[in-house]
Design a protein around this ligand. Sequence first.
Ligand SMILES: [Mg+2]
Length: 256
Amino acid sequence: MPVFLLTNDDGYFSEGIRALREELKSLGRVITIAPDRNLSGVGHSLTFSMPLRIRRVDEDFWTVIGGTPADCVHLGYYVLLDGKKPDMVCSGINEGPNLGEDITYSGTVSGAMEGRILGIPSIAFSAFGGESKNFSEIAKVAKKVVIEVLEKGMPEDTYLNVNIPDLPQDQIKGFLITKQGRRAYKEKVLKLLDPGKKPLYWITATEFGWHLEEGTDYWAVYHGYVSITPLQLDLTNYRAMEILKKRLKFTTEVEK
Ligand SMILES: [Mg+2]
């Protein structure tokens, strides 16, 4: 029976994590450990500056007070599982997509990234579009991806970023392996005034837009497909290494 370690960045109370937990429970044991608050956009931060407390919510269900998604996976692995590798780390289902450059801010994707760092096959799940967010339907689609990966395996050094359109299952056109797309909106900063008339600033992302390039994550979900983007921990730009070797007076070789 497979063991899953499940986290998210929306908080342990969110509908998305509870729906995914229910679906995964039909496949194996699910140990859920998630932040006690909404930490969307927290990225891959790990808390070094203070100790953390784990609190029990329910059977195999825990929350980390003040903990990030990366903290949750880290503590889930080292404390709850006592360093025994689960078969898979799942993160989500996030309430909203994680596409293009946004994945660098994403706590959801970072939960899966932490799983991969610990050597565990890991998948991040996010919901795209829709007003109602039918998480029980979205979780059924997520389960199909989990089953496929459990059966066939994942390449080394890889974790998956999966975005699922919020559509009835029969309206989902299929599953596409995609590349990371590019966002085309201007980040906006709202200026507000506090009661003392001093300025406050609120970073928002209200003006959305994407480069609709075929083969990308955004193109897939926009057209009703589930987007599966393989990501890697190694951020090295190997093509640039070759270019820089020619262009700069630096080299990759050690002089002997
Ligand atoms: Mg979130």
